[in-house]
Design a protein around this ligand. Structure first.
Ligand code: SF4
Length: 352
């Protein structure tokens, strides 16, 4: 019988950072650097009123400003004719500082996919990808500039973590995408109300490593318009490489988003190398946390597994994945019996 070929993750021209014990280095906190400018989308509704009052403006203007941003996707003072002309530009500048500057966009020939490259206030670069499908418009967003999870196959991981994105920087990717759709830049509009319907946190960064800002952004996404984007939580997918304590926290947030675990290997030996966070939380722990998420929220959970030739595509691994899925499925209970599905997912240049 011929030996099964096993290719290990390796990237030419890149040396993985390791800790003193020789394990791939995991970076959970950002190196201290300047904070992004404060923006209306960083605040809860109540905090917004306070912020507006601090600027010497009556609190009710917070709702008008929110309507312009979250319902009309504009930060152009010329379009805000319900605000007094005097001092309008200065107010708008303070409330809606520029967070994302478009550096480049790539668009498919048919025009139904746009990849945006954004520059943040400090020069850090992030990406988002807007995709039109027959029944939905999905935006893949970033939650960190860079990433500290050190996955060897991932261009973002190889660059390390620059910093966490603010809640407003996360939300602004959606508002800018909605503006592009409104302007007809994602091909001809099918109706006037068209906008991003689905979000996947599969751009740059590990969302659960930027927990606080991602939670704040999620609350703004699901808050009904005009105070938020009025999106359905079930159409928002939070994808993680398996930060177990944060998965457990997320399950208690009363935010029934769809959850995805980027597994990519069912055995600890390979996963320790492919997804270094596995050295902290093993395959079984990650899958059990995903199951707990399902049990607490009743929401769909996916296991993502991108096949890589000779690395994770062996028959025995398929069988082990099946066994893991079955083990988990058996513990699911009757609420949504087919919701724990092995499911391949791939976005941008990453497996997560
Ligand atoms: S795959 Fe995801 S978690 Fe891993 S380094 Fe890339 S962005 Fe970070």
């Amino acid at each position: 019988m011929s030996e099964i070929r096993q290719v290990k993750p390796r990237t030419e021209g890149w040396t993985q950072r390791k800790d003193e014990s020789g394990k791939p280095l995991l970076q959970f906190s950002e190196v201290k650097r300047g904070k992004p400018p404060i923006h209306l989308a960083d605040f809860t509704i109540d905090q917004r009123q306070e912020r507006i009052k601090e600027l010497g403006i009556p609190g009710f203007r917070a709702k008008q400003l929110s309507t312009h941003y979250f319902s009309h996707y504009t930060t152009d003072p010329e379009e805000m004719t319900d605000l007094p002309k005097e001092g309008r530009s200065e107010l708008v500048e303070k409330v809606f500082p520029t967070l994302l500057t478009e550096v480049k966009r790539l668009q498919t020939d048919k025009g139904d996919t746009i990849k945006f490259l954004w520059r943040l206030f400090d020069g850090a670069l992030v990406e988002s990808v807007l995709m039109r499908y027959s029944n939905r418009i999905t935006l893949c967003i970033s939650s960190q500039a860079g990433c500290g999870m050190n996955c060897p196959f991932c261009a973002t991981g190889q660059a390390g973590l620059t910093r966490n994105m603010s809640a407003a920087e996360i939300v602004d990717q959606i508002v800018r995408a909605n503006k592009a759709i409104q302007n007809g830049e994602l091909g001809p509009k099918r109706h006037d109300e068209e906008r991003v319907s689905n979000i996947v946190f599969m751009g740059m960064g590990e969302p659960l490593a930027n927990y606080k800002e991602v939670m704040s952004a999620l609350r703004t996404m699901v808050e009904p318009q005009p105070n938020g984007l009025g999106m359905s939580a079930r159409h928002i997918t939070v994808s993680t490489v398996g930060l177990v304590p944060s998965i457990k926290k997320l399950a208690d947030e009363n935010l029934p988003v769809t959850f995805a675990l980027s597994l990519h290997a069912p055995d600890d030996e390979l996963r320790d190398e492919l997804i270094p966070v596995n050295s902290k939380w093993k395959v079984d722990e990650a899958i059990d946390a995903a199951r707990e998420y399902f049990e607490k929220t009743g929401r769909r959970v996916s296991i993502e597994y991108a096949l890589i030739k000779d690395m994770n595509d062996h028959k025995w691994r398929a069988e082990l994945l099946g066994t893991e899925a079955e083990r988990t499925r058996q513990g699911l209970g009757p609420r949504e019996p087919n919701s724990f599905e092995p499911n391949a997912g791939l976005c941008l240049d990453q497996l997560h």
